[in-house]
Design a protein around this ligand. Structure first.
Ligand code: NAP
Ligand code: ZN
Ligand code: ZN
Length: 346
């Protein structure tokens, strides 16, 4: 099946309309008519070559929401007409310890990313900036009807990527959580941590988005460009989730952690980060990382969002504004996620 899509033709080149082929619907596959696709900063890192060479042409997009158009004969979890989503992975080995524990993102044989990876059938996966996707039913999520579909799309990456470490490191009542960077991931971290009952602080480069941050659920808002921030907040937080797409001063941020506190990096900049181990030793602190979340936890996050009335703050754009949106994300000029109306791809 040939479908309309938007692809990067080569590294760091502007995306352009194209037509790609989707595989025939297999026994356990779902054909999804995509309605919305979020623009994640990871899409930009990938097509700009920040994370190494990629196969081109490349259709990005791993925050996919749509409606089931067809199911294979073995599919029991999804029906034609259901609202569904696909996130950052479309397959894994399903047999290793991590897969069996529902942590498919850490599959010991390597999970299959939604785009730019070799799929089981040897073809290269292509993402959600497209009118249709075909995905294995086990990697397709149910999107509750109460969440607006445009606002639901970013949950498939930005939502789960922040929900998972917040849960893992115990965000909740009595915990002080800081979120570094108020972009796509950051604004979801604020909403989710606040819904979990934590005391939430935003650490942004400036105070420009302070009003938004407080409206989204933050209790406090500080600018990291102000050196006083780091003296005022020293030793304060139990958990810091760093969502910044560039390098930060890790030691300065570690100094904000209380005894046994953790700085969890979800931001994935091109350059390595470095730290002074004394920043950890002095208060038994941890520096950790976290990658998206498993399929069961992603479903749990979607249901949590439905229960708490949470969606992303989105700016819906037509496909011909994708390149402009990329520039705006790079300039931290996003409130707070661009989402492509994929009907405009036709
Ligand atoms: P985004 O919307 O661009 O948000 C990043 C935010 O970081 C910006 O809004 C900005 O917030 C801050 N920032 C940007 N440049 C900065 C700089 N030079 N110094 C300090 N702060 C800066 O990006 P996103 O989509 O949320 O993604 C964030 C990062 O997470 C990316 O690296 C992405 O690849 C990664 N990611 C990782 C995973 C995972 O599984 N671990 C999943 C998805 C994405 P302020 O304006 O508030 O300062
Ligand atoms: Zn992403
Ligand atoms: Zn596995």
């Amino acid at each position: 099946m040939n479908v309309h899509a938007y692809a990067a033709p080569a590294v760091a080149e502007p995306l352009a309309p194209t037509v790609i082929e989707r595989r025939a619907v297999g026994p356990n596959d779902v054909l999804i008519e995509v309605t919305h696709a979020g623009i994640c900063h990871s899409d930009i890192h990938t097509v700009r070559g920040d994370w190494g060479p990629q196969p081109y042409p490349l259709v990005p997009g791993h925050e996919i929401v749509g409606v089931v158009a067809e199911v294979g004969p073995a599919v029991t979890r999804h029906r034609v007409g259901d609202r569904v989503g696909v996130g950052c992975m479309v397959n894994s080995c399903r047999a290793c310890a991590n897969c069996r524990a529902g942590q498919e993102q850490y599959c010991l044989s390597g999970m299959t990313p939604t785009y730019g990876a070799v799929d089981r059938d040897g073809t290269i996966t292509q993402g959600g900036y497209s009118t249709h996707v075909v995905a294995d039913a086990d990697f397709v999520l149910r999107v509750p009807d109460s969440i607006d579909p445009a606002a639901a799309a970013p949950l498939l990456c930005a939502g789960i990527t922040t929900y998972s470490p917040l849960r893992r490191w115990g965000a909740g009542p009595g915990k002080r959580v800081a979120v570094v960077g108020l972009g796509g991931l950051g604004h979801m971290a604020v909403k989710l941590a606040s819904a979990m009952g934590a005391e939430v602080t935003v650490l942004s480069q400036s105070l420009k988005k302070q009003e938004d941050g407080l409206r989204l659920g933050a209790d406090h808002y500080f600018a990291t460009s102000d050196p006083d921030t780091f003296t005022q907040l020293a030793g304060r937080f139990d958990l810091i989730v760093n969502t910044v797409s560039a390098s930060i001063d890790v030691d300065a941020h570690l100094s904000l952690l209380a005894l046994d506190g953790a700085l969890v990096n979800v931001g994935a900049p091109a350059e390595p980060l470095s730290l002074d181990v004394f920043s950890l030793i002095g208060a038994r602190r941890s520096f950790a990382g976290s990658m998206i979340g498993g399929i069961p936890e992603t479903q749990e996050m979607l249901d949590f969002c439905a229960e708490h009335g949470i969606g992303a703050e989105v700016e819906v754009i037509p496909a011909d504004r994708i390149n402009e949106a990329y520039e705006r994300v790079l300039a931290s000029d996003v409130r707070y996620r661009f989402v492509i109306d994929t009907a405009t791809l036709r």
